[in-house]
Ligand binder design. Structure first.
Ligand code: FES
Length: 203
């Protein structure tokens, strides 16, 4: 089944319409985020569909998708935990936070998703908030000064269906919802009705 059909195709067209005539390829990022919000990650089929929508080659779309870590090409759990292990964070204990993220979620190194489907853990490069190290992103929202103990608390809260408050900005309740937000769409709507991008079921 195609990703972009009926209401979601309307949403894709509304994203493309944000850009001037002849600049449709500029919609590649939000279209990839929209595709990611549907399947939890960007699939091969999604790369082809996005390419068809904006009239470029699939390889060009893949080049974009593989560059940005907020776009996931591998299966991803309901919640994506990204631990910065770059220099400032590493000096302040990010290694232990990263290991705690694996222990608390039950994900073995090398696995994509926890057995319960709830979590993926990703080792991230600098998130640009080095003075608040160690920094962890949960569904793309930053959490500052994260200790191993705090990391475990965040996982427990997510497992209980809670949404821990990030250091800044709104929290998103899942990686799919965060992806819709990154596409510039309402994060609470995942099933738009045909012909009505603004309506749909909540996450
Ligand atoms: S090194 Fe972790 S935020 Fe910069």
């Amino acid at each position: 089944m195609a990703i972009f059909e009926e209401g979601r195709l309307d949403e894709a067209r509304s994203i493309i319409a944000r850009y001037p005539e002849g600049r449709q390829r500029s919609a590649v990022m939000p279209l990839l985020y929209l595709a990611q919000s549907v399947e939890g990650h960007v699939t091969r089929a999604a790369l082809r569909e996005v390419a068809d929508l904006i009239g470029v080659r699939t390889a060009e779309v893949e080049a974009v998708a593989s560059f940005y870590t907020m776009l996931r090409l591998r299966p991803t759990g309901t919640h994506l935990i990204a631990v910065c292990t770059n220099l400032s964070c590493a000096l302040r204990g990010a290694g232990q936070v990263y290991e705690q993220a694996h222990r608390a979620t039950g994900i073995a190194h090398g696995d994509d998703v926890s057995e319960d489907g709830l979590f993926s853990v990703h080792e991230e490069e600098c998130l640009g908030v080095c003075e608040r190290a160690p920094v962890v992103q949960v569904n793309v929202a930053n959490h500052d000064l994260v200790t191993p103990e705090r990391m475990a608390e965040i996982v427990v809260a997510l497992r209980a269906g809670e949404v821990p408050d990030p250091a800044r900005g709104p929290a998103t309740e899942s990686f799919r919802a965060a992806s819709r937000s990154l596409a510039g769409l309402d994060p609470k709507q995942t099933e738009p009705a045909a012909g009505s991008p603004a309506s749909g079921a909540t996450v």
